[in-house]
Design a protein around this ligand. Structure first.
Ligand SMILES: Cc1cc2nc3c(=O)[nH]c(=O)nc-3n(C[C@H](O)[C@H](O)[C@H](O)COP(=O)(O)OP(=O)(O)OC[C@H]3O[C@@H](n4cnc5c(N)ncnc54)[C@H](O)[C@@H]3O)c2cc1C
Length: 426
């Protein structure tokens, strides 16, 4: 079928947030042909953000996070079935149950999985957890509810910080360990990460920054603690591994698509690229698995792990696949939020490559502030800590690439120039 012919069969691979929103966009754009969603989890699409927050505190049940959907019963769900290979020439998928599934258009939305602990045998210990799925969160919730004596969280990224904060809300002793100098240092840089670290320390989290776990100590199939590279042993009766995510691209091996552990490459429309850099106009990708050139960042290819991005890109990709004319390039402003106990961190834009940061609203001493990041004299990202109402104004500066440092001043404090600092990226 030529790329400009009207599709009759559309397949979505990945029954997560992006898969669902993409499928809804396909129907909303008027496509009435066969629409099939293939997902290797047993569940209809559910929301992941609550899994490391309100599900762990017990405020929300793990099975109560199903995403609302406008899809009707004219969609075929193939759940607990994975796509195993992709034959682009024949336009068909081979599924894990041995079936083949033909398509005219394909939406790739296979997301990411939790990066496993470095020693596979230790990852299997009964009290070692990671959180990606709702089943993961349900098991960890049950364990936390049983009041363990001490929780060890390995990895102080967003999810690690959220889990540590939940432990303190549950009044559980918790140690948060990371080789970086401060929590969130990879995402926000050490300068802002250090402020956030102080907030966690103030809430009672035992922060072990600049430390590395060599391996987990264990007995009778359970972790008893962690041995650090410097020889110190930390005891724990629950270990949570929060080392980031790996993109689910292995099933595309052999398809000729440009894909690796960092994502599947897309052009600036959202079509996937083959290994020679040519777009395949019958396939689009969206959500955590998609790596695409972002015009705000000089066309640098980025793969985001942001809820809002998964929604926006999936809506775009769904409409693209049914042949709608869309603005090029796809350029939604990245945004993210994280709830860490009673602290809410929100961001707009991407901090990567920042060469300067300034506190432009509030004051870290009050634990409420907005940090603006600059690169080569332009605003590239803003991060608000318990100051979300200020963020939209700074998001506009990021979206328009306004000069950095900003020329206006904070409205919540006396007139003064913001101090420009090194953001502290390693
Ligand atoms: C614990 C947690 C907390 C989070 N908190 C926040 C937050 O506070 N704020 C925020 O902005 N973002 C947050 N995120 C990120 C956000 O949830 C993701 O960006 C979003 O889920 C991405 O959606 P997706 O559909 O691209 O991927 P996913 O949600 O990963 O869905 C992909 C689906 O495809 C399936 N799949 C994979 N391979 C195959 C295959 N070969 N065949 C069939 N199916 C396959 C997967 O099993 C999965 O069900 C959080 C994520 C997690 C895990």
């Amino acid at each position: 079928m030529p790329a400009d012919a009207r599709p009759e069969r559309i397949v979505v691979v990945g029954a997560g947030l992006a898969g669902l929103r993409g499928a809804e966009a396909i129907r909303a754009a008027g496509f009435r042909g066969s629409l099939t969603i293939v997902g290797n989890e047993p569940h209809r699409p559910y929301d992941r953000p609550p899994l490391s927050k309100h599900v762990l505190t017990g405020q929300v049940a793990a099975d109560a996070s199903q995403l609302p959907s406008s899809l009707g019963d004219d969609v075929t769900w193939r759940l607990s079935i994975g796509a195993e290979t992709l034959d682009r020439e024949a336009r068909r998928l081979r599924l894990s149950n041995g079936e083949t599934l033909p398509y005219d258009r394909l939406l790739i939305a296979t997301g990411t999985r939790a990066r496993p602990w470095i020693h596979a045998d230790e990852a299997k210990l009964r009290n070692v957890f990671s959180i990606r799925s709702r089943d993961d969160a349900a098991s960890l919730r049950a364990t936390l509810a049983a009041k363990p004596k001490r929780v060890l969280v390995i990895g102080a990224g967003f999810i690690g910080c959220e889990v540590a904060a939940v432990c303190r809300e549950l009044d559980l002793p918790v140690c948060l360990i990371d080789s970086s100098p401060s929590p969130l240092a990879r995402a926000l840089g050490h300068t802002i990460g250090a402020y956030i670290g102080e907030i966690h320390r103030g809430r009672g989290v035992d922060l072990r920054m600049g430390s590395e776990v060599a391996h987990l100590e264990h007995a009778d199939g359970r972790a008893t603690g962690a041995r650090l590279k410097d020889g110190e042993v930390l005891s724990a009766d629950v270990v949570v591994v929060a080392l980031g995510a790996v993109r689910n691209t292995e099933w595309m091996t052999g398809s000729g698509l440009s894909a690796d552990s960092g994502g599947v490459d897309c052009d600036d429309h959202g079509h996937v690229l083959d290994e020679s850099g040519q777009p395949d106009r019958s396939i689009a990708a969206a959500g955590d698995v998609a790596r695409f050139p972002h015009p705000l960042y000089g066309g640098r290819r980025v793969a985001l792990e942001h809820w809002g991005h998964a929604v926006a890109q999936a809506e775009h990709a769904g409409r693209l696949l049914v042949g709608e004319d869309l603005p090029v390039p796809y350029a939604a402003l990245p945004n993210f939020w994280s709830i860490q106990g009673d602290m809410v961190v929100k961001s707009a834009g991407l901090t990567d490559g920042a060469d300067a940061v300034a506190i432009v609203q509030g004051d870290p001493a009050d634990r409420r502030f907005v940090a603006l990041y600059g690169r080569a004299g332009r605003c590239i990202a803003a991060v608000a800590v318990d100051s979300a109402r200020w963020l939209p104004a700074y998001a506009d500066k990021v979206a328009s690439g306004a000069p950095f440092p900003p020329i206006d001043t904070a409205t919540d404090r006396p007139l003064r120039e913001p101090e420009i600092r090194d953001p502290g990226f390693a």
